[in-house]
Design a protein around this ligand. Sequence first.
Ligand code: HMG
Ligand code: MG
Length: 291
Amino acid sequence: MADRIRIYEVGPRDGLQNEPGVIPMAGRLELIRALVAAGLRDIEVGSFVSPRWVPQMAGSAEILAGIDLGNDVNFAALIPNMKGWEAYAEAIAPLPRIPGEVAVFISASEGFSKANLNCSVAESLDRIAPVVDAARAAGVTVRGYVSCVTDCPFDGPTDPALVARAVAGLRALAPMQVSLGDTIGRGTPDTVSAMLDAVLAVCGPGNLAGHFHDTTGLALANVEASIAAGLRTFDSSVAGLGGCPYAPGAPGNLDTGALVDRCMALGFETGVDRAALDRAADIARGLRAAA
Ligand code: HMG
Ligand code: MG
């Protein structure tokens, strides 16, 4: 049997958070349903951040309440602090099952940490520590993100040692998969490989994921460099939606369709139904056009 690549779909969160307009709830739910129908089993559906910072993700509690939980899909949500955790816990209390993982996020670089979270890297770790504890106590799995793993829009190239330190900082809180974010899509196979060399000294490849934005068209090459280093989980976004509102120059995430095609060409299985994914991509493009 062919090796498997796990595709972690982030379009309904990382994609839609970057649209200029707020997408209506019905559209967000229609997109999530289409992604489930396409066979995706890890889907980040929203975030519990300040609606003043990211108005596009307001209403994520209604998203969790509106999705069909009668399946084995991991419907993940991003949480920045205890206020976000409390809102999340309240949202999931009446649901028939825990919808999925919560993702906590920090930056490798100080400039982006300040722009995205309004605090230093060390302060952000202090802020998420109680979120990790509360989630684990509630039986919720935690995922971590480190942003700006090769380049920062404010601080320039990122020292790989800072990324290794950030990954170790997250994993000192609890065992978790850490997704390595090339937030502005400036990474190259060389800088990604150098970064992974440093990170693999503190964390095995099975606990890492690659999260590449496709600003310069190198996201797939960066996936291949990561596969060579042993990674088997990659984040991507249907129709290449995405970016980050606090990272100037971060347009699209790696397109899920392109990732599926490259995985197949390399001999990996993904479990994704390509025709159904195209239908989801049409919905995503329709939502973007209407935003
Ligand atoms: P702050 O302004 O320093 O926070 O923001 P604060 O504690 O002073 O609170 C300010 C206001 O926000 C208060 O409301 C709080 O109650 C409220 P007010 O009294 O003024 O009316 N507030 C909240 N409301 C709802 N939910 C919350 C929450 N927390 C505070 N959880 C804060 C700090 C962390 C809140 C803010 O910086 C924030 O929300 N940042 C999130 C930014 C974001 O979502 N960025 C995109 C996601 S990260 C990303 O895309 C990268 C990734 O894809 C990987 C990669 O590509 O690198 C993951
Ligand atoms: Mg991102």
